[in-house]
Design a protein around this ligand. Structure first.
Ligand SMILES: [Zn+2]
Length: 160
């Protein structure tokens, strides 16, 4: 991270990486000072964010995603953990672990906030509108372009 990017807010960092589809979610994490690892995690655990003074990024945190899960799933998990970092950093403690339903022990409201921000990171309105304008107008085509699951795309389109 250079001194220039440190002045950016998380929202500005995210926007910088939303210039084109698909959104480079790993670069967003890195620029926020978080290192990202594909890890062997127990079945049913999708990912976690944890204090990692030795191997973490400049923020002192790392995110681990379950390496055995599906690629699109890993992208959403990474975005969900980034959202916890931005929204709920004071509630992470040493480690926050999300199961396959994105339940970490935080209140349901916080999980819903994290899912909502994750969807907005991966599927920003301006990219959806640009895809539509270019003729990419079905949920499955948009999901392909944005590298998200069709299910996630349909949910995102429901409140566009
Ligand atoms: Zn969560």
């Amino acid at each position: 991270m250079n001194s220039n990017s440190q002045k950016l807010t998380p929202g500005q960092v995210i926007l910088r990486h939303q210039a084109k589809a698909p959104v480079d979610v790993t670069s967003i994490a890195n620029e926020l000072g978080i290192n990202v690892w594909e890890m062997v995690l127990p079945e049913g655990i999708s990912g976690k964010i944890f204090k990692d003074p030795l191997n973490g990024g400049e923020s002192g945190y790392s995110i681990g995603v379950n390496k055995s899960e599906w690629y699109l799933r890993k992208r959403f998990t990474l975005a969900h953990e980034i959202a916890h970092f931005i929204l709920h950093r004071d509630q992470i403690g040493d480690e926050l672990t999300d199961d396959a339903m994105y339940r970490s022990g935080l209140p349901t409201r916080e999980e819903a906030q994290a899912n909502r921000l994750a969807a907005d990171i991966l599927m920003p309105a301006h990219l959806i509108l640009r895809l539509k304008a270019s003729g990419c107008d079905s949920p499955s085509k948009m999901a392909d372009a944005l590298q998200v699951s069709e299910e996630a795309m349909k949910i995102r389109l429901s409140y566009l």
